[in-house]
Design a protein around this ligand. Structure first.
Ligand SMILES: Cc1ncc(COP(=O)(O)O)c(C=O)c1O
Length: 433
C-alpha cells in the first residue's frame, strides 16, 4: 500500500488507470477526502452553531458541489454566474451567499433579483452595491449581509491578501458610518457581517480578525445574527507547509463569541467559507512525460509534460509549490514528495506551452528552481498534488489552443468516474465568427 501523502488514501495505480481510461492531462479528485474535510470543517468548535459555506470559486465542478452539498455545507459564490452554476447543480438559492465585485445591471440585475427572491443572501461589498440594492431589499422585506474591509489581511502571498489597503474587497471600515446611515435611511438591516482577510493566510492574522470583526459588529451592527470569518484556512500542500489548526481557531472563536454574548446578550451564529481546506489536497493534476532535455553542461534537466500552466497556473501566478509524484505507466511509485530520502536527481517540470514561465517549478520571484524527484522516463506520469483548489477552476486552459482537461472522480466506492468530459478543438472555436 503506497498512499501518496498525509491526507489522501489514493493509490498510485489509480492514476495510471485513470490515465489509460481518459488520457492525459486530466484531474483526479478523491471523494473520500472531500467528505472527510467537509466533516472536519463542520466539527470546528463553535459557541452557538456553525455554518460552513464552501467557496465554490476553488472548484466549481457540479459533482464536487453535489458531494459537498450532501455533506450539509452551504455555498459562497463569487459571481452571479457561480450562483447560477450552483443552482444548475441542484443547490437551492436559500443555501447560496453571493459575495461579488460585480455591479449587476440589465439581465444580470433581473437574475440577481430572481435569486434573492428565492432566498439567496446578498453580501453587499461596496457603497454602490448598497445604493443599488437597498430599495429592492426594503420593498421585499429582505435582510442583507455586509462584507467589511477590515484594513488588515493576510494571504499566501501579496496577491492573495484580500484585507489590506492594496485590495478593494468590501466596504472599508472607515466608510461604515456612511453606509449604515444610508441603510437606516432606506430601512434595510444587516443580519450578517462578513470579513475575508485572504486566501491561505496566516492563522495568527485569522485569529486577530476574529477580535476585530466582533468589535466592528458590537460597535456598528445591532441587527447582526451571523458573523462570517470568511475562508482562507491555510492548508499544507507540501511536506513542510504549516496549516491552520481549525480546532484551535474554533476554540478561540468560541471563547470570543461567548464573551460577546456576556457583554451584549446576543448569541451569534458563526460562519466560515473555506475553499482550499475542503478540496485542495483532494485534487491531483495528472500529466505524462513526453520529452526530456538538458540546457547544456551548466544547465538543468527539463522534463516536458503534456500539462503545465494550462492545468495548474498556481506556480506561475503565486510561486506556489505543489508536491510531485513520479509514477510509472503501470502504476508503480518511483518517488513521492513525502519521501525523497534516497533520491538525488534534480529536475524542472515544464508543460508544452510556448512560454518560459510554463513550469511547475517556480519560486515567488518567478525564477525557475530545480526540484528533487526520481528521474522520470518518457511515458511516466508526473502527478501534481494539492491541485483540487484553484487549478481546474483558474487556469488559462485554452492558451496555445490546448483543450480543457477532463475531470475524474475517484469515488468513495473505489471506482473512477468521468465528471467533466475533455473539451474538443471544435468547442474552442465554435463561437468564432
Ligand atoms: C470571499 C472569499 N471567501 C472564501 C474564499 C476561499 O478562500 P480559501 O480557498 O483560501 O479558503 C475566498 C478566496 O479568495 C474569497 O475570496
Amino acid at each position: 500500500m503506497h498512499t501518496l501523502n498525509n491526507f489522501s488514501k489514493m493509490e498510485p495505480a489509480s492514476f495510471s488507470k485513470a490515465a489509460q481510461l481518459y488520457g492525459t492531462p486530466l484531474y483526479v479528485y478523491d471523494e473520500a477526502l472531500i467528505v472527510e474535510r467537509c466533516k472536519a470543517a463542520l466539527a470546528m468548535p463553535n459557541a452557538y452553531g456553525i455554518h460552513v459555506r464552501y467557496a465554490m470559486k476553488a472548484n466549481s465542478n457540479r459533482t464536487l458541489l453535489q458531494i459537498i452539498d450532501r455533506q450539509g455545507l452551504l455555498i459562497d459564490a463569487s459571481s452571479l454566474n457561480e450562483a447560477k452554476r450552483a443552482v444548475l447543480a441542484g443547490i437551492v438559492p436559500e443555501k447560496i451567499f453571493l459575495t461579488t465585485q460585480e455591479v449587476p445591471a440589465g439581465e444580470e440585475r433581473t437574475d440577481l433579483e430572481d435569486l434573492m427572491k428565492k432566498g439567496m443572501l446578498y453580501n453587499v461589498c461596496s457603497m454602490r452595491q448598497l445604493e443599488l440594492i437597498a430599495d429592492f431589499a426594503r420593498k421585499h422585506g429582505m435582510d442583507l449581509s455586509m462584507r467589511v474591509h477590515p484594513g488588515v489581511g493576510s494571504g499566501e502571498n501579496v496577491t492573495r491578501n484580500t484585507g489590506d489597503k492594496y485590495s478593494c474587497f468590501g466596504v472599508h471600515r472607515e466608510d461604515l458610518g456612511k453606509a449604515l446611515a444610508l441603510a437606516k435611511e432606506k430601512g434595510v438591516r444587516f443580519t450578517e457581517v462578513h470579513v475575508h482577510i485572504g486566501s491561505g493566510g496566516d492563522p495568527e492574522v485569522w485569529r486577530s480578525n476574529i477580535d476585530l470583526e466582533l468589535s466592528i459588529i458590537e460597535e456598528h451592527f445591532p441587527d447582526c445574527e451571523t458573523v462570517s470569518f470568511g475562508g482562507g484556512l491555510k492548508e499544507a500542500r507540501m511536506p513542510n507547509d504549516t496549516y491552520a489548526d481549525i480546532e484551535d481557531l474554533g476554540n478561540y472563536a468560541k471563547e470570543k463569541i461567548e464573551a460577546f454574548y456576556e457583554r451584549t446578550g446576543r448569541k451569534l451564529m458563526m460562519e466560515i467559507e473555506p475553499g482550499t481546506f475542503i478540496v485542495a489536497n483532494a485534487g491531483y493534476a495528472v500529466t505524462e512525460v513526453k520529452d526530456k532535455k538538458r540546457t547544456g553542461s551548466d544547465g538543468f534537466n527539463f522534463i516536458v509534460t503534456d500539462g503545465g500552466m494550462e492545468i495548474n497556473a498556481r506556480p506561475l501566478t503565486y510561486g506556489s509549490e505543489h508536491p510531485f509524484y513520479i509514477i510509472t505507466k503501470d502504476g508503480k511509485l518511483r518517488s513521492s514528495e513525502f519521501d525523497l530520502s534516497n533520491i538525488d536527481y534534480e529536475g524542472i517540470i515544464v508543460g508544452r506551452c510556448c512560454e518560459s514561465g510554463d513550469s511547475q517549478c517556480l519560486d515567488s520571484g518567478q525564477n525557475i528552481v530545480e526540484r528533487t524527484m526520481a528521474e522520470p522516463e518518457i511515458g511516466d506520469l508526473v502527478v501534481i498534488g494539492g491541485a483540487g483548489a484553484y487549478c481546474a477552476a483558474m487556469t488559462p486552459f485554452n492558451y496555445n489552443s490546448h483543450t480543457q482537461a477532463p475531470e475524474v472522480l475517484a469515488a468513495a466506492d473505489g471506482s473512477l468516474k468521468l465528471i467533466r468530459k475533455p473539451q474538443t478543438l471544435e468547442q474552442i472555436v465554435e463561437n468564432e465568427l
